[in-house]
Design a protein around this ligand. Sequence first.
Ligand code: ADP
Length: 266
Amino acid sequence: TSQVTTVRDATPILPQVKNIIAVASGKGGVGKSTTAVNLAVALAQTGAKVGLIDADISGPSVPTMFNVEGEQPSVKKVGDKNIIVPISQYGVKLMSIGFLTPTDSAVVWRGPMASSALRQFISDVEWGALDYLLIDLPPGTSDIHLTMVQTVPVTGAVIVTTPQKVALADANKGISMFKQPQINVPVLGVIENMAYFTPEELPDNKYYLFGKEGGKKLAEKYNAPFLGEIPIVQSIRESGDTGYPAVLKKGPTQTAYMELAESVAR
Ligand code: ADP
């Protein structure tokens, strides 16, 4: 039939962006932002044009992880509209709720404020042509998720979880949310973070500190692709703190993130 009844908006938002990918988790602290940051840089390393929106009001960590803490995006006038120029670092265009609040201040973001910030990050930022726009969402379910799907056509969501039971229980809820009719975002797959630990002096040993293959089983349960696993690596944590993403340093961690980017891009 020629009748289209699912048009979300008369004017397409971000027509020059090919894929809008939400990075979500059920629980906080599972490494969602770390994964989003390394994934964004990995995709940029493949030659793709990449943007990243940090919409995690619970603790915007993208500025720190990209070593652009305290930087302020500039604003320019286009016609009678003010357009925000995103900050570029490591080949990724960035917008973060952290750029809007002074470092160390304890700004409490209410749901509606955060939602309107996200809307502005989408419609008033000079993203240009992008292959991927990643959105680092707050953990759990919130107004922000609803705002996102009401504002842009989201291509899909990737779910980050650790193999731990409590993380998986929350990830279950996260997946269910994306499947709800009013959200209706395809789940592109599950990423298992902190999958195991291998001490340097015992390179053949894997210790499953948070349990084994929980992410894989979660993916199976929902018939979603398992996108890959990232072990617990000290340099991943350190690179988050120093603002130089682990994926930029040669070695097995770089390989793991590049493989992850490949499976997300597929
Ligand atoms: P979330 O966004 O889910 O709250 P973060 O990305 O902020 O989680 O990560 C939580 C903490 O765990 C941070 O200190 C981060 O550096 C660390 N971390 C995340 N993933 C890994 C990993 N694979 N190996 C080691 N540390 C990690």
